[in-house]
Design a protein around this ligand. Structure first.
Ligand SMILES: [Zn+2]
Ligand SMILES: [Zn+2]
Length: 348
């Protein structure tokens, strides 16, 4: 049996999402044909986006049923462009247009024509995925697939916030509100930039433990204390930079109140409630810079792959790998909050 014949007969086992509150089902779909590379998925990260869609129902997909998952690493099965069968790769999480002003200036996350895997097109909770080779990035042999999957969004979104938006410099003090996957990875990236202090802020003891292991110089439990006040006390007047990775009105407000005059606040978390920050007297009078940070550019992904390949970024202990067949249990556990590893990655 030649390979082409085999592929045309092959089925693609995928976890299909049929609607909020309904369990995902493993289904055998016909293998997607057409343009681009065919990638055999070795690891696919579970992200907050998947929870927003499947558990909370606060985000909707372009069609149903759909295969969720946009954090993908695997092996090229059918090549395209410069990629050949057998190449280890990870995948940029959406397909931008490559021609608008944002795409041409390394801000593909702002592309209005972009199609996200697992939201506007079928994603990576499947054995195979077909995609444009412009979304593929080579994964060094020393980087395991589950790490490669985490690099494609969780790590590079944190990297984008730290390096492209806040542009954190050596010697600055930094507060990280929310020490889930993004916050943990942000702390690891920050620890490489020689800041004077990294304060991890969360309400979960396991998250605060994780923050310290990742390199936080102090952990602030926002359940027991007024977080902004504690950050101001520990930094002697306020942090130079605060990151918000939760997307709640309360923590955005705390983040704004935790920075020193001239400080910067970068909001990465996305929520739907309106946010009341502080008085304009404080906001304007202190020249606080407030900015949003959305996703990642292809350059950000290139950078974090390089860091991981050089051993500058180790995600050991941050990732729990589970079989794709356990997707429904994993979704429940992830939605529950308290967990040891920062991130779940599914293996088809
Ligand atoms: Zn993600
Ligand atoms: Zn574009």
């Amino acid at each position: 049996m030649n390979i082409i014949h085999f592929m045309s007969m092959a089925q693609n086992r995928a976890a299909r999402f049929h609607g909020v509150g309904k369990p995902m089902t493993l289904e055998d779909l016909p293998m997607a044909g057409g343009e681009g590379a065919l990638v055999r998925v070795e690891a696919a990260g579970l992200c907050g986006t998947d929870l927003h869609i499947a558990v909370e129902g606060t985000m909707t997909t372009a069609f149903l049923p759909i295969t969720l998952g946009h954090e993908i690493a695997g092996v090229v099965e059918e090549g395209a462009g410069e990629f050949r069968p057998g190449d280890r790769v990870c995948v940029y999480p959406h397909v931008p247009c490559f021609s608008c002003e944002y795409c041409r200036s390394d801000r593909e996350a702002l592309c209005r024509a972009s199609r996200i895997f697992g939201v506007q097109r079928d994603g990576g909770f499947a054995r195979y995925i077909r995609l444009p080779d412009s979304c593929l990035f080579r994964l060094p042999d020393v980087v395991p697939f589950e790490v490669g999957a985490a690099l494609t969004d969780a790590v590079s979104t944190a990297y984008h916030a730290v390096r492209r938006r806040a542009e954190v410099r050596a010697g600055e003090s930094v507060a990280v509100f929310g020490c889930g996957a993004l916050g943990t990875f942000a702390i690891k990236i920050l620890a490489r930039l020689a800041p004077s202090a990294i304060l991890g802020v969360d309400v979960q003891p396991s998250a605060l433990e994780r923050a310290k292991r990742a390199g936080a110089t102090a952990a602030v439990n926002a359940r027991d204390t007024e977080a902004a006040k504690e950050v101001r006390r520990l930094t002697g007047g306020g942090a130079d930079v605060a990151f918000e990775f939760i997307g709640s009105a309360k923590t955005v407000k705390e983040a704004v109140r935790s920075v020193r005059p001239g400080g910067r606040v970068v909001v990465v978390g996305i929520g739907s409630e309106p946010v009341e920050l502080t008085s304009l007297r404080v906001f304007v009078g202190n020249e606080v810079t407030l900015m949003g940070s959305m996703g990642l550019s292809r350059q950000d992904l290139r950078d974090v792959i390089e860091w991981a390949g050089e051993g500058r970024l180790s995600l050991e202990g941050d990732i729990e790998v589970r079989p794709l067949a356990e997707i429904n249990e994993v979704l429940r556990e992830a939605a529950g909050g308290e967990r040891k590893a920062a991130k779940f990655v599914l293996k088809p």
